[in-house]
Design a protein around this ligand. Structure first.
Ligand SMILES: [Fe+2]
Ligand SMILES: [Fe+2]
Length: 347
């Protein structure tokens, strides 16, 4: 335990504690990252470690800043169009921006709208399509907010415009995204695929027949869970049929999911993307979708992870039924997403 006292005493106490308790446990030849909630206490600890001869760094802003950190990577670039993958590492969430000429489409924009508005401004493009693959449960979407800022419609499948547990309709208006509808953006054709299962209005978008924005359906190492509407048994057969539909796409189709579970899933370019043909051989959930419905259902229902209670409230937020302040919104999103079916534990 640290001894009590003023700030200087506190630092001295940390040094004493480090020398007494951690000397044999911490390496002096490796960098040590010190983390706390907001970056204040960890700064003092990092300084104390450094005075004791360690190579310590402080995570400025702490877990709060890390939680709100978004990154971006180019998936594809050509004179006709480009695709950007937006990455929120703390939660394993991904969203996408497609650009053609001076216009853009955004798919599954995450909570911090300024990340997207800053990027649109920097790239001198205007979003004309603001799309969510579904009403998310694990994170707050900035889709409707962006649609208001840019005075363009927000697009969602109408089945997801109803809260699956409250049975209440969205408190704002939106444009319905229907199966077979196509969004055009310069040389880009973005076709809607209705793939119910994870939600009833769950969608994927197929760009020029080559890039699949799979949302919460196919991830790189797993598949989405079908139980967040409280009807796992009823929705599992829908999920099965939807995955079978996606499996008919060509092996070269590049899958761009809405989540990842580990940085190890990224490829050589640090992108979270893989050809469908590869996933057909390596993704346990997709392999199970190639078997009978009975086998698939047994697999899904025995691999459902915990149901985070805040997911019910987040879905309310995403259809405008409740409007949390920044503090509450951030609190709702704490922790990693749990949108995937749990994977088989390796023995
Ligand atoms: Fe989801
Ligand atoms: Fe999700």
């Amino acid at each position: 335990m640290l001894e009590k006292g003023g700030k200087e005493d506190f630092q001295e106490s940390i040094k004493t504690y480090i020398q007494r308790e951690l000397a044999q446990k911490l390496p002096k030849d490796q960098k040590i990252l010190v983390v706390c909630a907001k970056g204040g206490t960890s700064d003092l600890v990092a300084k104390a470690l450094n005075t004791c001869g360690y190579k310590a760094l402080n995570l400025a802003g702490g877990m709060r800043a890390w939680g709100d950190f978004y990154d971006q990577k180019l998936v594809f670039n050509s004179p006709d169009f480009s695709i950007i993958q937006c990455i929120r590492p703390s939660r394993g969430c991904l969203s996408y921006i497609i650009i053609s000429g001076k216009e853009a489409a955004v798919i599954d924009p995450l909570r911090i709208a300024s990340f997207y508005t800053d990027l649109f401004q920097k790239l001198q493009v205007k979003p004309i399509w603001i799309l969510d693959t579904h009403a998310h449960a694990d994170h707050i979407s900035s889709g409707h907010l962006l649609s208001e800022q840019y005075k363009v419609p927000y697009h969602l499948h109408p089945y997801d415009g109803i809260h699956p547990l409250d049975m209440l309709p969205a408190a704002f208006s939106y444009e319905p995204s229907w199966q077979g509808k196509t969004y055009r953006l310069g040389k880009v054709e973005l076709k809607i695929l209705h793939i119910p299962g994870h939600t009833l209005g769950n969608l994927a978008f197929l760009l020029n027949g080559k890039y699949l924005f799979s949302g919460d359906s196919i991830f790189l190492q797993s598949i989405a869970r079908p139980d967040l509407g409280g009807r796992a048994k009823e929705w599992t057969p829908l999920h099965y049929q939807s995955l079978k539909t996606l499996l008919t796409l060509p092996d070269e189709t590049l899958v761009l999911p809405a989540h990842f579970s580990s940085v190890e899933e990224s490829n050589e370019q640090f992108l979270y993307a893989a050809p469908l043909g590869k996933l057909k051989k390596t993704n346990e959930g997709l392999i199970m979708a190639g078997r009978s419905l009975e086998e698939f259902s047994a697999y899904i229902l025995s691999h459902l992870p915990e149901f985070p209670p805040e997911y019910i409230e987040i879905k309310r937020v995403n259809i405008g039924l409740v409007k949390p302040d920044e503090e509450k919104a951030s609190e709702l999103e704490l922790g990693k997403n749990i949108c995937a079916v749990g994977m088989q534990k390796k023995e």
